[in-house]
Design a protein around this ligand. Structure first.
Ligand code: C2E
Ligand code: CA
Ligand code: CA
Length: 557
């Protein structure tokens, strides 16, 4: 009989894991108990006994083509004995109709603290059943794109290649105004327009309104020129059913010269470049700069390594904490959790070097949950002595838009036993880009449980009073940008005054970030500010150092 906590753990891992393996069958095996959970779709498709199975390795072996069984058997034995870290193999497996389909199976071993194999997690891709064609446009789809990028990357003879992602902004408006059928015609027509602009190139339809092109025979300038032309044409000359539909398009570009970088990393960097084009470049082509970072290392390589760490149980990540102080008493109110990553090669890597790209990645929810769990576990013990201690955790807008965001947070609160009242989620004004109705609904559920909400980086980039008006925000955090020159800038002082009166109107507290010295503190105390955060009090430090600090009224290190 397996202990229920191991089954619970297996289920949780399985859930996390199935998110990142969209389109594939997933299996997760508790090696110690030889007890596995498989995707329901695999159980149905291959006629397996159940989603939970003992000895799934041999059950599965019976489904594998006799000619492929030996190599499979050998590999599974090596995995269970701890000799291998995982496998990637092709075999044929028998479906419920008695026919064999080609499968690619990829699995990794997770080890316990003693280095013994504990879990074996993997995904099976069924080439027989997977469609590579998008039904609306007839183009190759996301799966086709990934396969082709991998094929290009394997061909090491080739020189550098580039991947372009382009897409339509505010497409939902088109659907809302004209209906879905018209929307589909727009997508079809736009895909032809792209093909015309990039003749002889394979165009891929990705998720939603995004398209990709792999280019290996053009310079960046040539691609930019073609895109600029398309950008103008899409706006001025796009017609469907005799109606002019001005399309606003955006594009991101990435040049790949390192062939050891995974297709998934390339895709996340590309999505980041694309989102920057949309948010900051007014639709101009935005190139992901794979320049050497200040430590002389290749950014792709670094992100690829960090991404792999997420897959390996968030290895190398840790949280620092920065105190948040009451402005009047200068006692500690709580802390903000700030993530770091380190390894031997790169040392300590700050979040701005990986969060903006990783938050575009399908793996990010794994890291997001790790951060929440870690922060709650790290800080639980403060609550015994300081029952009002508040821990603030940064939440990316890509976490917020996931349908399981709220249930994940509740599950982590239950699991860690951390009281919801002591948790504050910091969201940025970027959430304005998401559907307000969906956000309101989620925030109402979070508030009902007692969780607090802070609006981070107020005043930068996406300023919107609408966010304050629409959402139940408890704290507005004024960005450091407005504070760093406050002593010399009357405009910045006026801004702080304006935001503090605005917050009063919306009954929210104000937290000022980036308080670096006593002069800033004294100046800021003239405004209606509730809390301060900044190097004047403390830099982000380890939880142990916070434990020492919080004995003090004022925590200057
Ligand atoms: P943020 O949420 O605005 O965090 C505050 C940043 O300002 C932190 O940088 C902090 O170290 C820095 N800071 C605080 N006080 C001062 C000061 O007095 N002077 C100066 N010069 N800087 C100060 P950090 O840790 O590098 O984090 C940067 C950003 O990365 C964060 O900005 C946040 O947007 C993101 N980030 C950090 N941790 C996480 C996380 O766990 N999840 C997510 N989604 N994003 C995170
Ligand atoms: Ca923050
Ligand atoms: Ca901030």
């Amino acid at each position: 009989m397996i202990a229920s906590d191991r089954i619970k753990k297996l289920d949780e891992f399985f859930k996390a894991f199935s998110i990142i393996s969209e389109g594939n069958y997933v299996y997760l095996c508790d090696i110690k108990e030889d007890y596995s959970r498989w995707s329901k779709s695999a159980v149905d498709y291959f006629n397996l006994p159940d989603v939970y199975m003992y000895g799934a390795g041999s059950v599965w072996e019976d489904h594998i083509h006799p000619d492929d069984r030996e190599k499979y058997h050998e590999s599974i034995e090596r995995i269970f004995s701890g000799a291998d870290e995982g496998h990637e193999m092709q075999y044929r497996a028998m479906a419920n109709d008695g026919c064999y389909v080609d499968c690619t199976c990829r699995g990794v071993v997770l080890r316990d603290n003693n280095g013994n194999p504990e879990y074996f997690a993997g995904a099976i891709k069924n080439h027989g059943s997977m469609s590579y064609i998008d039904t609306i446009t007839g183009l190759r789809n996301l799966y086709g794109f990934f396969d082709d990028v991998k094929a290009v990357s394997k061909n090491k003879e080739r020189n550098e290649y580039a991947v372009l992602m382009l897409g339509i902004t505010s497409f939902s408006n088109i659907n809302d105004v004209h209906g879905y059928t018209f929307g589909n015609s727009v997508l079809r027509k736009f895909s032809r327009m792209i093909q015309k602009s990039f003749p002889d190139k394979e165009v891929y339809r990705m998720d939603g309104t995004k398209f990709c092109i792999i280019v290996d025979d053009m310079t960046q300038e040539q691609i930019t020129d073609l895109y600029d032309e398309l950008h103008t044409k899409a706006y001025n000359e796009f017609h469907v059913d005799g109606q002019r539909v001005p399309l606003a398009i955006n594009a991101g570009l990435i040049a790949v010269d390192d062939f050891d970088i995974s297709a998934e990393t390339i895709f996340s960097c590309l999505k980041y470049a694309y989102s920057e084009s949309k948010n900051h470049c007014l639709g101009a082509l935005n190139v992901f700069e794979n320049k050497l970072s200040n430590d002389n290392t290749n950014i792709f390589e670094k992100i690829n390594t960090i991404r792999t760490s997420v897959m390996r149980g968030c290895k190398g990540f840790y949280l620092c904490y920065q105190p948040i102080m009451y402005a009047d008493t200068e006692k500690i109110k709580g802390v903000e959790a700030l993530i770091r990553w380190k390894n031997d090669k790169y040392g300590i890597v700050p979040p701005l070097q990986f969060i903006p790209v990783l938050e575009q990645d399908s793996l990010f929810p794994l890291l997001g949950r790790w951060i929440l769990r870690q922060a709650m576990n790290d800080c639980k013990f403060f609550l015994e002595q300081y029952p009002d201690f508040l821990i603030s955790v940064n939440i990316s807008y890509t976490q917020l838009e996931r349908s399981d965001f709220v249930s994940d947070i509740f599950a982590i609160l239950d699991e860690t036993g951390f009281p919801a009242n002591n948790l504050c989620l910091e969201i940025t004004e970027r959430c304005r880009l998401l559907d307000m109705k969906m956000l309101k609904h989620k925030f109402a559920m979070l508030k009902e449980r007692g969780i607090k909400l802070a609006l981070d980086d107020f005043g930068t980039g996406f300023s919107s009073i609408g966010v304050l008006r629409e959402l139940p925000i408890d704290v507005v955090k004024i960005d450091r940008e407005f504070v760093k020159n406050i002593e010399n800038s009357p405009v910045d002082r006026k801004t702080i005054m304006f935001v503090s009166s605005l917050s009063e109107a919306f009954s929210t507290e104000i937290c000022v970030e980036g308080v670096e010295n006593i002069e800033m503190r004294d100046l800021l105390r003239k405004y209606k500010v509730s809390t301060f955060q900044g190097y004047f009090y403390s830099k982000p430090v380890s939880v142990e150092e916070i434990a020492k600090l919080e004995q003090l009224d004022k925590c200057v290190l």
